[in-house]
Design a protein around this ligand. Structure first.
Ligand code: F6R
Length: 591
């Protein structure tokens, strides 16, 4: 959600900044802008829509030659996506870019107006620029500190001062790293934005201000320069390329077998010893947002069904504000690809305030959730660029399955230990087999892509899987889709079923298959076009996908890739912007 890149060095920054913005496109945005600085001049160019629009504008401008600049992609929060509201924002001596939300912006705006400041945009960011400018008396650190003392909310900032040849950065609850190059330095929301230039970076913590020149980076806290450790990322330069695929979403789905093998390896090698022991807890709260929450739903079902463990699932944006009745023996599991989702961070901090243990299942190792949670299990998805999560979701489900299985083992509830671990080892090959059947998914996409409404039904774990299938389809293809517990449909929703309406039925759980089948017959008799995704072949069923049957712990890992590819192929037929669906952001860093 919003992206920041900044450069100082001996090169012209325009190309570097634009490339950086393109690498951050996946985070979601609706306008973009750039500020270039040379001597006492700062030139700002902004545009709405895609980065190509900004590029076009830059081509038509006579730009100052410069060695210092900041750039931004904005995902509108305060004020509509207009050129005026796009970043960078300037107030007097200060030009800055901002990710996050200033919660007391209106109060500060009124205070500044009373001091004679006028505003040209509706944004909280302009207020922040004006506040820093009010305090700027030739000492940037002092001005930034004084201003931020008055600010409530989240921010990552890249700041230029008109009369200075250096770059400043600061963050709170919004990601920002400092890239360390040779005779050049960077700031960025994500290492992917600068990986073409350096793999070395510094992590900026809350309360620290970075003062950056071409040759030096000083990180200052409470007036003292800190001795920060430079880190090296193992992100490959080409990890953010599409590697010949039409879209990142497709590339990332195809990576699922490899990333699953990598994620499972340390656990399977040591008989799950390296996984935490959940049996010391009386109840588990799983908290996350969106797809990560649906991965948690699968975890909850497995923990209850096979490990006889009480587990609750909650959407983080609700959990953070609800009256949670904690038992001292509660564990809160947070699931997050980015590790920067604002609501999930808040849920984690709430549990910690109640002295409740937190365990994060997270992809980005440098993220807030990875750093602040008590225990972490890292998934090895690598960078996920497409806005719709695919490979990270699969790994979240995979880890939840291993955790549930280990818990069942510890509780002596497993009869054949060897069998399940052998099945886990087969998974990468079986997922690959499922992914290789793209022609089948294209045929199903042909059947549904002209429809405007679709249902998914399933029971128990198949309902959790249906939720993810439905979300994936609607977010990338814009077809309205809903997931229902198969037995619930007839309590109202079945009135919406009409001739030719696609209904996907997920049927894998042997204990409940017959019941789901009756529900399939109910919708069929009302004209629905049923599509069965199952681990067995169904007679007299035209549209179906049959995936290999595997241990119930892992069955969703063979069903969801088919649903992801059906969503992808459908979105493609509808000509959608698959990697960047409208209105969405990759990392939702505001609540
Ligand atoms: C859907 C999707 C989102 C994320 C959700 C949580 O395809 O990607 O629903 O799963 O925003 O994001 P993370 O996992 O980064 O906390």
């Amino acid at each position: 959600m919003c992206g920041i890149i900044g450069y100082i060095g001996s090169k012209n920054p325009v190309e570097i900044l634009i490339n950086g913005l393109k690498s951050l496109e996946y985070r979601g945005y609706d306008s973009a802008g750039i500020a270039l600085k040379e001597k006492d001049k700062i030139e700002v160019v902004k545009s709405i829509g895609k980065i190509v629009n900004l590029e076009e504008k830059l081509k038509n401008e006579e730009l100052i030659s410069s060695h210092l600049g900041i750039a931004h992609t904005r995902w509108a929060t305060h004020g509509r996506p207009t050129v005026e509201n796009a970043h960078p924002h300037t107030a007097g001596n200060v030009t800055l870019v901002h990710n996050g939300i200033i919660e007391n912006a209106e109060e500060l705006r009124e205070k500044l107006k009373n001091e004679g400041v006028s505003f040209y945009s509706e944004t909280d960011t302009e207020v922040l620029a004006a506040l820093i400018n009010q305090y700027y008396k030739k000492d940037p650190i002092e001005a930034i500190t004084k201003a931020l003392n008055e600010v409530k909310g989240s921010y990552a900032l890249g700041i230029l001062f008109k009369d200075r040849e250096d770059l400043y950065a600061v963050r709170k609850d919004s990601p920002l790293i400092i890239g360390i190059g040779k005779e050049e330095n960077f700031i960025a929301s994500d290492i992917a934005a600068i990986i073409d230039y350096t793999n070395q970076y510094l992590l900026l913590e809350e309360g620290e201000i970075a003062h950056i020149t071409k040759d030096t980076v000083e990180v200052i806290k409470d007036g003292k320069i800190l001795d920060k450790k430079i880190q090296t990322t193992n992100l490959e330069k080409d990890a953010k390329d599409k590697c010949g695929y039409d879209h990142y979403m497709l590339k990332e789905i195809m990576e699922e077998p490899v990333v699953l093998e990598k994620t499972f390896e340390p656990y399977l090698q040591h008989h799950l010893e390296k996984l935490p022991d959940l049996t010391k807890y009386e109840e588990i709260h799983i908290v996350a947002c969106g797809s990560a929450m649906y991965a948690g739903m699968i975890g909850k079902t497995l923990l209850e069904e096979y490990a006889n463990t009480k587990a609750e699932i909650d959407v983080a944006s609700e959990y953070r504000y609800k009256n949670i009745i904690y038992n001292k023996k509660t564990l809160v599991i947070l699931i997050s690809q980015s590790g920067e989702t604002a609501d999930t961070i808040a849920a984690m901090r709430k549990a910690q305030e109640h002295k409740i243990d937190t365990l994060a299942i997270v992809n980005v190792k440098t993220s807030t959730i990875a750093r602040e949670s008590d225990q972490q299990i890292f998934i090895e998805a690598g960078p996920e660029i497409a806005v719709a999560t695919t490979k990270a979701y699969i790994l979240q489900v995979g880890i939840m399955a291993l955790l549930a299985y280990k818990t069942a083992l510890e509780k002596n509830l497993v009869k054949d230990e060897h069998h399940v671990l052998e099945e886990a080892k087969k998974l990468p090959r079986l997922i690959k087999e499922v992914l290789d059947r793209r022609e089948e998914y294209k045929k199903i996409a042909q059947e549904i892509y002209k429809k405007e409404d679709v249902f998914f039904i399933g029971r128990k774990i198949d309902y959790a899987t249906s939720q993810e299938g439905s979300l994936k389809l609607k977010e990338v293809s814009y077809i309205h889709s809903e997931a229902y517990q198969a037995g619930e449909l007839k309590h109202g929703t079945i009135s919406l079923i009409n001739e030719g309406m696609p209904v996907f039925a997920i049927v894998t759980d042997d204990s409940i298959k017959d019941k789901t089948f009756s529900n399939i017959e109910e919708v069929k008799s009302r004209g629905a076009k049923t599509i069965i995704i199952s681990n067995e072949h169904w007679e007299n069923q035209k549209l179906q996908v049959t995936v290999p049957k595997i241990s119930p712990y892992f069955q969703p890992l063979l069903i969801v890739p088919t649903l992801q590819l059906i969503a992808y192929e459908t979105a493609k037929l509808r000509g959608c912007d698959i990697d960047k669906p409208k209105n969405l952001a990759k990392s939702v860093t505001v609540e």
